[in-house]
Design a protein around this ligand. Sequence first.
Ligand code: ARG
Length: 269
Amino acid sequence: MKKWGILTACILLAGSLLAGCGSKPSTEGSTAAGEQPASGKTIVLGTSADFPPYEFHKMVNGKDQIVGFDIEIAKEIAKDMGAQLEVKDMSFDALLGELSTGRVDFVISGLTPNEERKKQIDFSNNYYKAEQAVVVREADKDKYSTMKALEGASLGIQKGSIQEDIAKTIPGAKITGLGKISDIVLQLNSSRVDASIMEKPVAEAYIKNVKGLVIADAVPDYKEDGYAIGIKKGNTELVNQINKTLDRLKSENKIEQYVAEASDLAAQK
Ligand code: ARG
């Protein structure tokens, strides 16, 4: 019954953002179109492609692709290195481990460079900033107008995210930890959880595509440090290389452009 419910939800919500419905662990190898580097070198990006407009699945010319502004930044990093880009999609909570064991070379995944993570991996300079938001069902919007109202509620939260830390500070909250935000959205829509916390641009992208969900007035109290790119501890050379590309993109105003383009793409049905 439960399985059928999820399946039905997948069918009903088969909007583009939920393309990764179900738990198929997809590993996508993709190359920045049209560029075949002479070196034959490949650089592997780890990401959790459930995070529009940063990284998400989209049908492009009948093919499931991983797109988003983090992916555009990754393509530029690969280009500056003269390398081919391979994208590996996985659960968010697997990313840091994959980086430390060297199965991926870098992580771009809306990653917040907090102190705890800095002990485990190195970070580039920050490249973007976002606030937090609480997503609820439309009918519950008035109920969750303050963070206090979330006390004792059941929350769908991405495993290993800073949102998990935020959720743990809410007294009595029952936390359901899931690997993919797309699955959390399904749980919310089918009333298995009451609310979720996610970054505001991501919340906005989902509520545009999934009927019946809204952003509540409750705002989590969290000082956002911005996003940075994760690199294996001690690989200073790659940190410098990536910072150089980020500086170039910032000076060309490319990041704002990628954000605008990815937001348009995420809003398209
Ligand atoms: N910024 C939050 C964190 O670093 C959430 C990132 C989630 N990213 C994703 N691609 N799902 O914990």
